[in-house]
Design a protein around this ligand. Structure first.
Ligand SMILES: [Zn+2]
Length: 95
């Protein structure tokens, strides 16, 4: 079996005709863009709302990296670096 046909730990990408990792690689996308795609693709099969929050966080990092730090579309906890919505329960780890 080719590595591109195998998934370690779960099956949340197996049903995609084009694997997110292959799409990201073939299109030469960067880490931040790739994570937006990865978390967006898997939220229904794996992490639910938190996966979309992670995708949003990577989008914000991408905006910040490409267009400057003054854009504040998503609140990110300054303590732990995670998306800080109304239900954020900070665990206090440093990003
Ligand atoms: Zn926090």
């Amino acid at each position: 079996m080719k590595a591109s046909e195998k998934q370690v730990g779960g099956s949340h990408y197996k049903d995609f005709p084009i694997q997110p990792a292959e799409f990201i690689h073939v299109n030469g996308l960067g880490f931040l863009e790739g994570n937006v795609i990865k978390y967006t693709c898997r939220h229904k099969a794996k992490g639910g709302k938190q996966d979309l929050e992670k995708a949003m966080h990577y989008l914000q990092l991408l905006i910040e990296h490409e267009y400057g730090p003054e854009v504040d579309l998503v609140r990110v906890c300054r303590r732990c670096g995670e998306f800080a919505g109304p239900s954020h329960a900070c665990v206090g780890t440093t990003p």
